[in-house]
Design a protein. Sequence first.
Length: 308
Amino acid sequence: MDRKSLRGSLLLLLGSVIWGAAFVAQRVGMDHMGPYTFNGIRMLLAWLVMVPVTRIFEGKAKKAPGWQAPDPKEQRMAGVLCGTLLFVATSLQQMGLVTTTAGKAGFITALYVVLVPVAAWLLFRKNPGKIIWLGVAIAVAALWLLCMPAGGGFRLQGGDLLVLGCAVCFTFQILCVDHYAPRVSGVRLARDEFFVTGGLSMLIAVATETITREGVIEGLIPILYAGVMSGAVGYTLQVLGQKDTDPTVASILMCLESVFATLTGVLILGETMTPREIAGCVMMFSAVILAQLSPVISSIRRTGRSHR
């Protein structure tokens, strides 16, 4: 693995840690306000944070030798498309969380780990290879162990279908970021995503929900974490990390948020891990390691065949 790929993987890994701790904030925040209000405020907060950050990053980038400004039209298009997909995905997730369990929602949302390579193959004929497919299969099994109760049935209900739609939208958002991230300013793309998502969410919130000052104040801490950390930091890490990472490998790395959500509960809330959850964590980390070693294994195989 080259240095750029390693850097991209580490950025996505850090993003997964942040997202894993954000699931509780999303549920608690909706105790005080509607899903569109929560999403709108947190995404516009993320946009405000990213405005000065974008200026700092781009100021440094302009001083680098060989720097070229991205095409303004392509930059705007990237923000609108990725932002719209992020808006639909996060809206469906927030609405689904109202009527489904956190564990089931976590499992269904993370199914993008399967949908990303399938969509990439169908749309772009981009086959990640047998080793990555094996990693995807292990990741799905790990997610089941982590998110679904032992002996429990799996029936799709109204909220579950909304979260399934969220997984589909996240799939295309990942592929959209994969397409645009190497071609435009990554930090500006993240900033524009937040503006589009937050703006669309607030428009619907004003039209369909009751927004109160008391509700916003009571939900301030979840909003701050979801906006600054999960939003501004987490999604920016996704955009920057995906510049140098295969989208299927990126989806496996981002699925680690389920592992970190479980570990956060143990470390912060004093929860205990069942043998089933421990097995799920081990399997998920195994899938990530397998995905990261895929280029090395493929290279060894090619070298072995060339010597025959």
